[in-house]
Design a protein around this ligand. Structure first.
Ligand code: BTN
Length: 259
């Protein structure tokens, strides 16, 4: 299927969600879905509004990196208005929604590299960026940005070949962007609605991490920690056992697995 200006309406069509994806704004090409999502959120757009792009020319990654986002890949941002208590669950919720959707649509198994990279056979297939605005303990908005390498032809991008994969590369055939997008929106809503009932995403997210028990380097700001990734706390932070036996709680960072 070729995505055109009606792609947004097609996504909403038979989605069956209560609010996530009930308003979809599709751009064939734009700088970053995060920029438009932020503008929409600041104007108080309906909860669950999705900004989706055919391609991004300035995709944003974590830690001020850029994110490669050519045609054939999935790039979307979802606007939500959670409570401050729910915010730490967002990295877990988003990565699990991706893992579930990939398996449901393609049968492929994926795992999570702390905090929320999704990997297949050790290579990155999805990146997640969460941006929010919180004032005096009140969340103005939270935006979940998700980029999935769906039909990315890796031979066109040799620079990422050693570290990245795509669903089409793993399967040897193209994957429906519509199916992946719809499944993802359904999963995000399901997991989000389950948060207030106390059903925690923490245990499943913890168990899906490839990081635990491994010797790792963690770059957090200008500091690099080294040690064994011992566990994760309920707030999503990583507990790192240093080589001197000390335990460090790392709230955000980038992990490199050591051999
Ligand atoms: C990372 O792994 O560094 C996070 C990558 C997040 C990419 C997605 S694609 C959709 C949304 N729009 C962006 O500009 N970034 C996120």
């Amino acid at each position: 299927m070729v995505e055109d200006s009606s792609f947004g309406a097609t996504i909403t069509g038979n989605l069956g969600t209560h609010f996530v994806g009930q308003r979809v704004i599709y751009y064939p090409s734009l700088t970053s879905t995060m920029e438009i999502a932020k503008r929409e959120a600041q104007q108080g757009t309906a909860e669950g509004t999705v900004i989706i792009a055919g391609e991004q020319t300035a995709g944003k990654g974590r830690i001020k990196r850029t994110w490669l986002s050519p045609k054939g890949n999935l790039a979307l941002s979802i606007i939500l208005y959670p409570t401050v208590v729910q915010l730490p669950s967002f990295i877990m919720l988003a990565s699990l929604a991706v893992v579930h959707s990939i398996e449901r649509v393609t049968g492929l198994k994926s795992r999570v590299k702390w905090p929320n990279d999704v990997l297949i056979n050790g290579k990155k297939v999805c990146g997640i960026l969460i941006e929010n605005s919180v004032r005096r303990n009140i969340v103005d908005y939270a935006i979940i940005g998700i980029g999935v390498n769906v039909n990315l032809k890796l031979s066109d991008f040799p620079e990422i070949l050693p570290i990245a994969t795509s669903l089409s590369h793993e399967l040897g055939r193209d994957v429906s962007l519509l199916d992946i997008t719809q499944q993802l929106l359904v999963e995000i809503e399901r997991l989000y609605l389950a948060l207030p009932t106390g059903e925690s995403v923490y245990e499943e997210w913890r168990d899906s991490l490839i990081t635990l028990g491994e010797r790792v380097h963690v770059k957090s700001g200008n500091t690099v920690y080294e040690g064994i990734a011992e566990s994760v706390a309920r707030d999503g932070s990583l507990l790192l056992r240093g080589l001197d036996g000390s335990l460090t709680k790392v709230i955000a960072g980038d992990v490199t697995l050591r051999d």
